[in-house]
Design a protein around this ligand. Structure first.
Ligand code: HGY
Ligand code: MN
Ligand code: MN
Ligand code: MN
Length: 408
């Protein structure tokens, strides 16, 4: 069995980095908080007896050698960057859980056929540059040069942030793993939903991961005097946005399975007595079924066009990211089920509404995910919590799953 106290102490210690007075944690990529978190996690990797390296875009990698040095590697891991005012478990459990599983193997003198690596992927949340999973895209070999030009709110590009942290942006493709070099990828993650809690289960086997479509919609109307402009002649982009935001909820509900969120909105010029001139907002759409997601996107684009045409508003729609839904490999799900049986945990399968680095690595190899119960289903929130017992259950299932994947 893994060392529950060591795992949980590390989770709490890592959770102190970037913690705000509100209790929320903010660790955005290539900020001081991210750098100190990366340094601490590298220390844990060394304590675990792993060889430690950082790749060309900053992914932190701890490696346990296998008996067969030519063999393809089994990967596990997740992310240690957080959303703004996030929690201590989203991503961190997958990285620290992977380290704990490998440390336990080393302490037991267990050697596997294949090497195993645990990775802290860079910038999974995409909260600083509005383009997520940069580190796992780089490893999957699908990061493009232009992706490094995405800007943060201060106008700094990812490329400049790389350079400021001692990396050579032009070398980003060196992080890519050759096809065939990775055998499997297994990510432990908190569920961030209420399903496991409703079944009173601590762990779950993930069947697939929702798509993730991020749009940025900019509406341009006519700024004007709030007092002197009669209602009938206005071209108010904020009222148009309100209709469209309502449509996001309406059309998403109609699908019965998809989820749609407007998480960010900015109004210009933003004066109390000024009719807005322009509004910029984001839309996050997800579904496990590609066709449902595509139909929903088309329906929403039609609604935007209709509202804008009727209100005399110009619209510009930019796709910030488009990640298709990803199924989890049946053999890896089977390995996880075997592991659940070994540790005496009931087997329960469920999809992932949230996006994960595994979606990108799925371009390289078969993937699987293990979920751990989230208290009240809360995540991306300071109240995010999973008990030490549930975390240990998840890591014990991960430990046995990795042993099986790296030995046949
Ligand atoms: O957005 C997501 O689903 C993940 O938390 N990055
Ligand atoms: Mn997250
Ligand atoms: Mn996450
Ligand atoms: Mn993830």
């Amino acid at each position: 069995m893994i060392n529950k106290e060591r795992l949980f102490n590390r989770l709490m210690e890592l959770g102190e980095i970037g913690k705000l007075a509100t209790g929320g944690i903010t660790r955005q990529v290539f900020t001081l908080e991210d750098i100190s978190a990366t340094t601490l996690v590298a220390t844990y990797m060394r304590e675990a007896g792993l060889s430690v390296r950082v790749d060309a875009v900053g992914n932190l990698i701890g490696r346990k050698e296998g008996l067969n040095t030519e063999a393809s590697v089994v990967l596990t891991g997740s992310h240690i960057d957080t959303v703004h005012e996030g929690g201590a478990f989203d991503g961190s459990l997958g990285v620290l859980g992977g380290i704990e599983a490998l440390q336990t193997m080393n302490e037991q003198g267990i050697q596997t056929e294949q090497p195993i690596e645990v990775i802290a992927y860079k910038d999974e949340e995409g909260c600083r540059f509005s383009f997520s999973m940069l580190g796992s895209r780089a490893i999957a070999g699908i990061l493009k040069r232009e992706d490094l030009q995405c800007l943060d709110r201060d106008g700094m590009s990812f490329a400049e942030a790389l350079k400021m942290n001692g990396f050579v942006p032009d070398h980003f493709q060196q992080a890519a793993r050759p096809l065939g070099s990775v055998k499997a990828h297994l990510e432990l993650h908190v569920e961030q939903g209420k399903v496991l809690e409703s079944k009173n289960l601590s762990v779950g086997v993930v069947t697939g991961i929702n798509s993730s479509l991020w749009l940025k919609i900019t509406l341009k109307g006519e700024a004007g005097h709030a007092g002197a402009t009669p209602m009938g002649i206005r071209h108010d982009p904020l009222v148009a946005a309100a209709e469209i935001i309502q449509a996001v909820e309406e059309e998403t509900l109609k699908t019965g399975t998809a989820v749609g969120t407007v998480g960010r909105i900015q109004v210009q010029p933003g004066g109390i007595n000024i009719i807005p001139g322009s509004v910029e907002f984001t839309v996050d759409l997800r579904d496990l079924n590609q066709a449902v997601g595509e139909r929903l996107e088309q329906t929403l684009l039609q609604r935007v066009a209709e509202v804008c045409q009727r209100r005399g508003i110009e619209n510009v729609i930019e796709v910030l990211q488009r990640v298709p839904p990803v199924p989890c490999s049946e053999p890896i799900q089977e390995a996880i089920k075997q592991a659940c049986r070994k540790v005496g945990k009931e087997i329960y399968s469920l999809p992932s509404g949230a996006g994960h680095d595994s979606m990108q690595i799925a371009r390289l190899c078969p993937i699987g995910m293990i979920f751990v119960r989230s208290k009240d289903g809360i995540s991306h929130n300071p109240a995010e919590w999973s008990s030490a017992e549930d975390c240990a259950d998840g890591v014990n299932v991960l430990y046995h799953s990795l042993l099986s994947l790296a030995n046949n």
